[in-house]
Write a protein that binds this ligand. Sequence first.
Ligand code: DAH
Length: 337
Amino acid sequence: MEIDLSTIQGYEQEIDSAKTSDELYQVKVKYLGKKGLISGMNKQLKDVPNDQKKEFGMKIGELRNKFEALFSEKENNLAKSEMDAKLVNEALDITMEGFPLHAGSQHPIMSIYYEIADIFGSMGFEVAVGPEVELEHYNFDMLNIPAEHPARDMQDTFYISDNVLLRTHTSPVQTRMMEANKPPIKIIAPGKVYRCDYDITHTPMFHQVEGLLVDTNVTFADLKGTLTTFIQRMFGSNVPVRFRPSFFPFTEPSAELDMGCTICDSVGCRVCKGTGWIEILGCGMCNDELYRHAGYEPGVYSGFAFGMGIERIAMLKYGIGDLRSFFENNLKFLRQF
Ligand code: DAH
């Protein structure tokens, strides 16, 4: 039996006229699929006389190659035109405006706190924290604040029960640190504090940063150097500072640190009440009573402490007149920072 290859006709035309990849694939199935016309020829080879097998085998191979060459050329052309059409139809207008995303930002009080922490961190101070709901013991007794002190009054302080209150300052962290650690201690303690006050310079909740350094041979000169460095890194190296004698039950001697008014350049204005100076923080050498409470051996250690309000520093740094604006959640105000 002979194989008649001339029966396989028309595939060139069929390949050529396929309009889509799918149509083209159907042509491939028709000729090269399992039951395809060219594949069928291979099956018939076994009936061909042996001496003609080789020749017919080659002819089938040629036919197959020719088909596949035409097929892949067409396949490439279709793929390209289909991709072109897709690019046109599915084009994105990348000039279209997007939706604005309001990512939010850091609250100015937090920004100022991180600046403070950076400066003291660079001088070797670590951050310590204590509870906001505090025992009278740590908030007052351990700090040498006597029972009759006005800060203990119900009018000034939020009591939870007889001897539990919302801490009125961050100083109790000092006493907790000393109770739990032997010197050297070198910490700052940031956090919320509470007092019964509400006016242009007071809110019932505000923020303080406490500082404590206890070691051997610490002097008032160390205190002055540390705090002067802090103020000048915060407000500029030309800002004058002065230490004014003051009183705190937990420090002896005590001082208040004033800096030249940044609003009027020390000339005198409403903010500095015409004096050219602004009170910025309280400080002093730790009172020996605190070492005694902590159980330290007497006469061995010395140190200093300080405490400042973060809002006050933020008001001076940003020129803000009303402290309450930090906590009114007015987005117009907050977005300026
Ligand atoms: N605790 C004081 C206050 O709230 C501030 C203060 C003053 C803290 C002197 C100190 C200090 O550590 O030494 O007014």
